[in-house]
Design a protein around this ligand. Structure first.
Ligand code: ATP
Ligand code: MG
Length: 231
């Protein structure tokens, strides 16, 4: 399996008083292209820290990270910014939709920030909302939608600029089981339809079996890296 992201010996320390606290220690892993990878582990095990480093939001203290063949560890801040805008999408745990905008406008606005030409934005926003099953909710305001629907708008917004990699930090944490599975199904369909690579974190063991690849962290260290064959 080809890896779109490679992490080699990644460590991340934070200042804690006079000493350093290592949130990640010597993490080496590959994220397979066009697959669903889950990062799991207890609260505080380093999942968000690792995801932020893989997605070029944060820099490691040690080690290196390659995204699509480019070493992002040594890259300049403008180069990392360009990479994030073009190749990466993020979905955070608490949905942050703009409450004064409809579903359509939320998705379209994200593309405006990403610099997508106006002519393309309308078509792509509609396409993405259809992809996440919200074709009939485009003109709804966030408060008129359920938690799962709002999360799907956030997914549509995150994929609108056609990122190669989509990072989702606990995207199902605030959803009930049925809705969480619906969001996972949406992720699967996106992988099929758009070939996107998905990396998500979760505490929920029942979701782990839906992944193609699972990495577990414990106290900042990788415990297992097992690859589950997709059916
Ligand atoms: N900016 C920071 N400064 C200091 N310590 C930090 C910082 N960010 C994270 N940490 C510490 O690093 C460790 C890992 O944090 P991280 O947020 O990656 O955990 P997590 O696995 O995502 O947990 P959760 O499941 O609760 O989201 C924690 O002990 C946390 O307190
Ligand atoms: Mg976290």
């Amino acid at each position: 399996m080809e890896n779109i992201i490679l992490a080699e010996g990644v460590g991340r320390s934070f200042k804690a008083g006079d000493s350093d606290f290592w949130a990640l220690k010597d993490v080496t892993l590959g994220i397979p292209r066009g697959k669903l990878t889950i990062l799991r582990g207890r609260s505080g095990s380093g999942k968000t820290t690792l995801m932020n480093i893989l997605g070029a939001l944060d820099r490691p203290t040690e080690g290196r990270v390659e995204v699509d063949g480019v070493d992002i560890t040594s890259a300049s801040e403008p180069a990392r910014d360009a990479l994030r805008r073009k190749k990466i999408g993020f979905i955070f745990q608490s949905v942050a939709l703009v409450s004064m905008m409809t579903a359509f406008e939320n998705v379209e606005f994200g593309m405006r920030i990403a610099g997508v030409p106006a002519s393309e934005r309308r078509k792509r926003a509609e396409e993405c909302l259809h992809l996440v099953g919200l074709g009939s909710r485009m003109n709804h305001m966030p408060q008129e939608m359920s938690g799962g629907e709002q999360q799907r708008v956030a997914i549509a917004r995150a994929i609108a600029h056609r990122p190669a990699v989509l990072f989702a930090d606990e995207p199902t944490a605030e959803l009930d089981t049925g809705t969480a599975f619906a969001v996972m199904k949406t992720f699967r369909e996106l992988i099929e339809a758009e070939g996107v690579t998905l990396v998500m974190t979760t505490h929920d063991v029942s979701l782990v079996e839906l992944a193609d690849c699972v990495y577990e962290l414990s106290d900042g260290k990788l415990v297992t890296g097992e690859e589950v064959e997709a059916e």
